[in-house]
Design a protein around this ligand. Structure first.
Ligand SMILES: Nc1ncnc2c1ncn2[C@@H]1O[C@H](COP(=O)(O)OP(=O)(O)OP(=O)(O)O)[C@@H](O)[C@H]1O
Length: 262
């Protein structure tokens, strides 16, 4: 099986209007690694995800990911790479089941053929009893869960997440953070997670990459000490506090600003 890692080397991205979004970005995410990408609005974080997903091409440099490679599994119809956006982007006219079925339907699987996989994923995100519910009948956190189920239903090896929990309240966000870590551990996914939050980045990831303002560059990297478990005890422990302080200092050095305390 090919490498499920993400590799960008010397990547520049200039938009057709002349705007230089990324300058000389080099990053590697190892297969199964969880990396957070942190930076101010407009620095090019989403652009990095779009390049990794093969949705856009680099102007210069090399992008080597499962989505940009001719991969035997991709050719066989399995989606290697899943993308989760800040907005759940569900079809409002379709129930939860049909929303999660969509990627399998596009791959040619009937409702009956897809049912075991769709229900497995709905149950995994805690929506087993809501298969027939429509998006307007769900809370914001439940809509995000449905969106994550849709991303995971093809059993991708790479998960690209663009501030997926930014619009949620703090309680829902913490619950989904914990669930995401459980899904990551269960599926050994390679995750690149974009966030504005130092605290979320440190809680979730093994490594935090800090980007400069536009044109975006990677200006700092912080390896997070591996806790026994990423739980409430970790969130309140000295290692977590120290790691947040170190990453905040890197952000401040890069941008001259510091995030407010959680
Ligand atoms: N198609 C495009 N044409 C021109 N400029 C673009 C295009 N897409 C993005 N940009 C610009 O490129 C820069 C990087 O955009 P990007 O969306 O990657 O930033 P971001 O760090 O994800 O921002 P945010 O945190 O606000 O979502 C921004 O200045 C944006 O305005």
């Amino acid at each position: 099986m090919s490498d499920a890692g993400l590799h960008l080397h010397g990547v520049h991205k200039r938009h057709p209007n002349g705007l230089l979004a990324l300058q000389d970005v080099t990053l590697d995410v190892a297969p199964g690694e969880f990396v957070a990408l942190l930076g101010p609005s407009g620095c090019g974080k989403s652009t990095v995800l779009r390049l990794a997903a093969g949705l856009e091409a680099a102007s210069d440099g090399r992008v080597d990911t499962p989505a940009t490679r001719a991969d035997p599994r991709a050719q066989a119809g399995a989606a290697e790479t899943a993308f989760v956006f800040q907005e759940p982007t569900l079809m409002p006219w379709a129930c939860c089941f049909d929303n999660v079925w969509l990627p399998l339907r596009l791959a040619g699987r009937s409702r009956a053929q897809a049912e075991p996989d769709v229900m497995r994923e709905l149950r995994a995100v805690g929506l087993g009893d809501f298969a027939g519910a429509y998006p307007h009948e769900l809370s914001g956190g439940m809509r995000m869960r449905a969106s994550i189920a849709r991303a995971l239903v093809t059993r991708p090896r790479v998960l690209l997440m663009d501030e997926p929990f930014a619009a949620l309240d703090e309680f829902t966000r913490q619950k989904l953070n914990a669930d995401l870590l459980a899904w990551w551990a269960a599926h050994r996914l390679t995750v690149l997670f974009v966030t504005h939050s130092v605290y979320e980045a440190v809680f979730l990831s093994q490594r935090v990459l800090v980007m400069s303002g536009r044109p975006g560059r990677i200006v700092a990297e912080h390896r997070v000490p591996e806790p026994a478990a990423r739980d409430a005890a970790w969130r309140n422990g000295a290692d977590y506090v120290r790691a947040c302080a170190a990453v905040s200092a890197a952000v401040e050095a890069a941008h001259g600003t510091q995030e407010a305390a959680p």
